[in-house]
Design a protein around this ligand. Structure first.
Ligand code: IUR
Length: 287
């Protein structure tokens, strides 16, 4: 499919000119036949550009804009520790988080167990908090990659969710709309993972890293174990309590901290705040 046709089609989805039936025909065609790498890049950038794409350059932030995305897992509170940790090392982390998918809880579900937490602040407040503290975690607003919302809704009812090209463009269309300099992807492997086999997890990791990088956002991916819950507890409020203990430095050798540390290393290197793994580890241990 020519790239400008993909772009026009996705814009038509965002503008409501394309019907659900047409979206369904498209997603089934991709589900059955796959897409070339270049086509996935075109679908990703068109999805990203179907709504508002955040810009940070006017703030002249003294560090890179970086983020992490995970395919989700049980007891996966990584974002809550990782964001503040890499921000303390000089990165800026504008995290747009989701709710749980299937059996996993999402970062937003966990944060909402804090009374008074506002998942949908005004855009200016979000920018101010990122600028002043280095990290803010909020929910997805309607103007961020609106084409994906419609495409995902149709995939859900046409049994076309499990397609690596469609998953790649969906995840990245949303993530890249937050104007990142670099991204790290955590793809879970194991019995509690969203992807059904290690081979499929690896295929998704490679697809996301390559497509995002080709779309202009250098991205690396880690495969991490999800054959048992990551934190020693699972549940929204209890994971917030556990997060506070981890941020205080308790349990530095726990599984959840090992995964968080490895992702932090990747983020500092991808954001050019560290020149090597050793350099990154030294910076992280000082915080
Ligand atoms: N998360 C997304 O953002 N998109 C997808 O298609 C899946 C998970 I599956």
């Amino acid at each position: 499919m020519p790239f400008d046709e993909i772009k026009g089609f996705v814009q038509g989805i965002a503008d409501d000119r394309i019907s659900d039936a047409q979206i369904g025909a498209f997603t089934m065609a991709v589900f059955l036949n796959g897409m070339s790498r270049e086509e996935v890049v075109a679908l990703t950038t068109a999805t990203r550009d179907s709504g508002h794409v955040m810009q940070w350059s006017d703030l002249n932030l003294p560090g890179p804009i970086v983020d992490k995305h995970s395919t989700g897992g049980v007891g996966d509170l990584v974002s809550l520790v990782l964001g503040p940790w890499v921000a303390a090392c000089g990165a800026f982390v504008p995290m747009i988080s989701g709710r749980g998918l299937g059996h996993t809880g999402g970062t937003l579900d966990k944060l909402e167990s804090i009374p008074g937490y506002d998942p949908y602040p005004a855009p200016e407040r979000f920018r101010d908090v990122v600028k002043s503290t280095g990290v803010a975690i909020i929910g997805q607003t309607g103007d961020l990659a609106p084409a994906d919302k419609r495409i995902y809704g149709v995939r859900d009812v046409t049994a076309t969710v499990e397609s690596i090209p469609l998953i790649t463009a969906s995840i990245l269309g949303k993530k890249l709309a937050s104007g990142l300099d670099a991204l790290v992807m955590d793809v879970k492997v194991g019995s509690g993972a969203f992807m059904p086999t290690p081979e499929k997890s690896q295929e998704l990791a490679k697809s996301v890293a390559n497509v995002a990088t080709q779309a202009g956002t250098p991205t690396t991916a880690l495969l991490t174990d999800m054959s048992q819950p990551l934190a020693p507890c699972a549940g929204n409020a209890v994971e917030i309590v556990e997060t506070l203990a981890l941020l205080r430095g308790d349990r530095p050798n726990s599984r959840v901290m090992q995964v968080t540390r490895e992702l932090a290393v990747e983020m500092l290197m991808a954001g050019k705040l560290a020149g090597s793994r050793e350099d990154a580890l030294t910076q992280l241990e000082k915080r």
